[in-house]
Write a new protein. Structure first.
Length: 410
């Protein structure tokens, strides 16, 4: 029997791009099932890979430059122009200027990191003649509410004495007023569309600081400091522009970058897959597949809230396809994914190892995990063939029920 297997992974942060992950999974699938027909759909979600993927898909161009990185030092970055668009459309990803991968591990403090370089990317795109800006939000290393981005575009954040605030999220706790008089006037003539995680909000119990700041190096005390700062920030934006960003869908995306885009730059926030799926042909590939394999660096209770595996599974389930998810780590609440279209999941880690080893060997580990998963699928197929009932597995006398064996593989 020949199977058509669709491989639709996200990237693994700091180790594998989505394209590399798809190649590794394909290699493992073919070890287990050499006759399989492989379809690959490397997934982007607004984070790393967003710019290059859309530039490649549309026949556009990529432009390199240096910007201020998240810890305040210059980093190499890039933006692109998409091909075949009715207006000159620049595409950029905030991760290329303020991503977590750009923050050295010993300097991960979201109270201090800045999105200033994102504003520099926008400014460079305007200098190059952009009429529309498509901005991908994801994989951030900041929690400054996008204030740094706005500062780079001429917005001033002032304390009660009228003095400019320093960069970083914690400084916003002293924010008294926002001065918009110096904002780049070109922004009024350019449409900004941002692809965001629609589930992320800026403030409250599920606000960006409490949910994501610990992943970026914040201590419990710093989490509360940042949460309070985001409340102050949201209040100042509302007083200045009349826009309520605190609980607006997507305003908490990328460390709160969505709040500045919506509240200060007149940007439009969109559920990221509404943007991405305009350019990726995932649904057509799903229609051709018998099985879907997706993957991401971490699978946990947050996955159903806008992560790639959940979106892939949702679309696959609408067409009745089984879905396997592979992950670098399996976290708290992972079983929630069973309610969102993922039928089985497995970690690529088979033994304890350091984070450095896991990152360095991610490709090999992912290939092996894909091979193991598809071999188990093969067992299920064999058990379902005519005449399989009553066959013994191995040399023992116990016979496992076919349904139980098929489901116990992962």
């Amino acid at each position: 029997m020949s199977m058509t297997i669709l491989i639709a992974p996200s990237g693994f942060k700091e180790s594998l791009t989505a394209e590399e992950a798809a190649t590794c999974i394909a290699a493992g699938v073919l070890r287990a099932m050499p006759g399989a027909d492989i379809l690959k759909a490397p997934m982007i979600d607004g984070g790393e890979g967003f710019t290059k993927t859309l530039v490649d898909l549309t026949g556009g161009t990529l432009h390199h430059l240096s910007v201020t990185g998240p810890v305040g030092e210059p980093v190499g970055s890039f933006f692109g122009f998409m091909g075949g668009q009715p207006v000159r459309t620049a595409v950029l990803e905030m991760a290329a200027a303020a991503g977590l991968s750009l923050v050295p591990r010993d300097r991960r403090n979201p109270c201090l990191t800045t999105s200033y370089g994102v504003g520099e990317l926008i400014r460079a795109a305007l200098d190059a003649g952009a009429e529309r800006i498509l901005l991908g939000c994801g994989d951030s290393g900041i929690n400054d509410g996008g204030a740094g981005m706005a500062q780079a575009l001429g917005v001033r954040f002032l304390d009660e004495n009228g003095q400019p605030l320093a960069r970083g999220g914690a400084a916003l706790g002293r924010l008294a007023s926002i001065d918009m008089t110096g904002i780049d006037p070109r922004l009024a003539r350019v449409r900004i569309d941002a692809a965001v995680n629609w589930h992320n909000v800026l403030t409250g119990p599920r606000g960006v600081a409490r949910v994501f700041a610990p992943q970026k190096g914040a201590t419990p005390a710093q989490v509360e400091e940042l949460a309070a700062a985001m409340e102050t920030y949201a209040g100042a934006i509302e007083r200045t522009t009349g826009i309520r960003v605190g609980n607006a869908p997507g305003a908490g995306a990328s460390g709160g970058l969505g709040a500045a885009l919506l509240g200060l730059l007149s940007g439009r926030l969109h559920p990221r897959y509404d943007i991405v799926m305009q350019y990726l042909d995932l649904d057509t590939l799903i229609d051709r597949a018998d099985l879907v394999v997706t993957a991401e660096g971490s699978l946990d209770g947050q996955t159903p809230y806008g992560k790639v595996p959940a979106e892939v599974a949702r679309r696959a389930k609408a067409r009745g396809l089984p879905v396997i998810a592979l992950a670098g780590t399996i976290g708290k609440g992972v079983r929630l994914n069973f309610e969102h279209g993922i039928d089985a999941f497995a970690s690529i880690l088979k033994r304890p190892c350091t984070l450095e080893d896991a990152i360095g060997n991610a490709g090999k580990l992912l290939t092996r995990a894909a091979e193991d998963a598809v071999r188990m699928v093969g067992v299920g197929i064999a058990l379902g063939r005519p005449g399989a009932k009553g066959r013994r597995i191995g040399s023992g006398s116990h016979r496992s029920p076919a349904g139980r064996s098929a489901r116990a593989g992962l």
